[in-house]
Ligand binder design. Sequence first.
Ligand code: PMP
Length: 357
Amino acid sequence: MSRFWSAVVHGLTPYVPGEQPKLADLVKLNTNEHPYGPSPRALEAIRAATDDSLRLYPDPNADALKAALAQRYGVQANQVFVGNGSDEVLAHAFMALLHHERPLWFPDITYSFYPVYCQLYGIAHRAVPLADDFALRAEDYLPRGAERAGAIVFANPNAPTGRLLALADVERIVAANPDAVVLVDEAYIDFGGQSAVPLVQRYPNLLVVHTFSKSRALAGLRVGYAIGQAPLIEGLERVKNSFNSYPLDRLALAGALASVQDEAHFQESCRKVIATRTALVERLGALGFEVLPSAANFIFARHPEHDAAQLAAALRERAIIVRHFKQPRIAQFLRITIGTNAQCERLVGALGEILAG
Ligand code: PMP
């Protein structure tokens, strides 16, 4: 602790990112990265952008990338915001759009960055409990007389549970809260969910956030984006331009653009992850694991007879890393990223050994 810290730093409990160990031959199933590489066209575009032009600042408005995203989603370019990973997009959204007199509502079990942003920006919030089966219930987010949200944020599919809220339920929440911004964090939507993006034309209070880190296998490039009606996007631009006018560097802009233009690679690589997920759920079920239904590139699983922390530690001894959370309600679960088929085979083999004692 330093006496030079400002008051806000003293009070902060920062987000702890998933571990990025430096060991070779590790089966790394702890931070939901894509097991296969990004589009070869994205890699080629990054290489091509690696030249003398790096002495110049990048396009602060990311016009080419926004135009490509707008085209893909059938919206206007002024309905797209881009940032340095969806974490940054979320951070700007919390400041620009989710800070109101009434508290911000989000599920009690969800992406743990949300309470961190609330603390950083002094946003009052209310954690709305998930159902016993970890489902998010749309009815819990509907206004009840004077009790209504100042804004709402949730991940869909949710993290770390992987559970999906049906699009009709997302719409119910958005429609019932016309005076509150509803931010749907769709970091994992491409692995089997139906995106809420088509709803943005009808709902001025809806903002949908996506990332290139998961389904586009570009976590190392740090690109995220938001889609909503122009006034919401303008609010985000105001915060961004008060913070860092150039969040995306030239290589990120080039790589992300080429990735959006390679729809076939995107579809195929998501399909492969989904197929591996189906097979892994079956294999873990055969070992006695209970697995929550997942629409993400990870699964949330527990074994009724084995302690999750001990399982995670035993896997680690075998150079397999999965994520374990200490929060009491989910402390019996492991969150396991869908890896390659070979990685999942190694995981299942190791778990079989561990359970056999
Ligand atoms: N939202 C959710 C729900 C996530 O799990 C993550 C990844 N940790 C993010 C957003 C942030 O992803 P990124 O900053 O890599 O885009």
